[in-house]
Design a protein around this ligand. Structure first.
Ligand code: NIG
Ligand code: FE
Length: 388
């Protein structure tokens, strides 16, 4: 826990003396300490890459046209269904390691590439197993409504059947395994506003807190739905309308923005972050780490895009990748700032001032990380801990 934060002179005033011989002193002089980063949106437990799709987009295809030709989310669903729980857990652990080296100390992570009862449960168990004993804390989200599974396509009856399976079978099982949030991809051609509301309501009745993939590709009204549902967060929001933003502000919904996805999918558009901040909506950031629309574990990379792409100041960017992400995950009492009473999750940047976090771009400045007061990264290298 942090018991004091401030200049040495104030410490001496409060405690009568400087830290003594019994204490371990980690000297960060010349560097800059910031709170551990919070990645508020990831899809960690998956198998298989989609680098071919990435190159196809560079040759002119779009995310939608690739999905229509059998790629997209369903390609990852096939690979993830074919993978063992152990493989998925190992993937999660490797991704958490990489996140930690880039300064992330807490993250959200979703299912959503299983899309049936056994495979959604396998993904959640793998997430929990991969995160067990790992320094990076994980808040698990149930996302069986990420896409309509291939075997439930072709008729309205099959479609209704999958929505009912999500509500009556998959969400209860995921809640039983330890999910804290329920999410849905509310989008034209994926889940409608009505279907999304029914799925989120079912999650709420199980004690899960809603988050929503909202207004990413079209202005369907996902931001307003998130507000009506009392969601903790609405995410993506590239096409959020003024009404949607007002509704989110009134309901206290955090906007989790994913500018990495904007550039990765070559969308030529970002979420209207400035409008949101002016309307009083707290803005958080996430990597969206997944194999199709944003393959990165680095929140500092996303921070660069948040500032340069969406026009957030360095201070706003830091707040978005720490305190506001923690708030969207119900963790702001414990995490997100360096102040007495909070966990000592600290990132040390090899930088003479905070601005360097964004200004010195494209390189990793994370030289040290403390999680709960324990050093887990030193000199930019992950320490191998007893637990792993
Ligand atoms: O958050 N928007 C929907 N879902 C993911 C995409 C996942 C994928 O392409 O595999 C996202 O970007
Ligand atoms: Fe996502």
């Amino acid at each position: 826990m942090i018991v004091f934060a401030g200049p040495d002179a104030d410490f001496v005033k409060a405690y009568g003396e400087a830290p003594g011989r019994e204490e371990t002193v980690l000297d960060g002089r010349g560097e800059t300490a910031v709170p551990g980063f919070v990645d508020a949106h990831t899809h960690l437990p998956w198998d298989g890459f989609r680098e071919d799709e990435f190159n196809r987009r560079l040759k002119g295809e779009t995310y939608a046209s690739i999905a229509a030709s059998g790629g997209g989310i369903v390609a990852t669903v096939a690979a993830t269904r074919a993978a063992t729980e152990e493989t998925l857990a190992g993937n999660v652990r490797a991704r958490l390691d990489r996140m930690l080296t880039h300064g992330t100390t807490f993250c959200e992570a979703k299912t959503g590439y299983g899309l049936d009862l056994p495979n959604e449960c396998k993904q959640l168990r793998a997430l929990l197993a991969g995160a067990k004993g790992h320094p990076v804390g994980v808040a698990p989200t149930a996302l069986p409504a990420h896409e309509l599974p291939p075997e439930r396509r072709g008729s309205d009856a099959l479609r209704r059947r999958y929505v009912d399976e999500c509500r009556n079978e998959i969400l209860p099982a995921l809640a039983g395994l330890g999910a804290r949030f329920v999410d849905v991809f509310c989008e034209e051609g994926v889940f409608s506003l009505g279907e999304s509301a029914a799925i989120l309501e079912a999650g709420k009745s199980l004690g899960l807190v809603p988050r929503v993939h909202a207004d990413e590709l079209t202005p369907l009204g996902g931001a307003s739905l998130a507000a009506r549902m009392g969601a903790a967060s609405a995410d993506h929001l590239l096409h959020a309308t003024d009404t949607g933003i007002e509704d989110m502000a009134r309901a206290g919904v955090v906007a989790t923005l994913l500018p990495g996805t904007s550039v990765f999918l070559r969308m030529n558009r970002y979420a209207p972050a400035r409008k949101m901040i002016e309307a009083g909506v707290p803005v958080a950031l996430g990597t969206d780490c997944n194999p199709g629309s944003s393959y990165t574990e680095s929140l500092p990379a996303v921070a660069f895009l948040a500032s340069v792409g969406m026009g957030l100041t360095v201070e706003e960017t830091l707040t978005a990748m720490t305190l506001n992400g923690a708030a969207s995950l119900g963790e702001s009492v414990r995490r997100g700032t360096l102040e007495p009473g909070k966990r000592a999750d600290v990132v040390l940047l090899d930088a003479p001032s905070l601005e360097h976090l964004v200004y010195h771009w494209g390189v990793s400045l994370v030289s040290g990380v403390l999680v709960g007061g324990e050093p887990v990264v030193l000199h930019g290298k992950l320490l191998r801990l007893g637990a792993s």
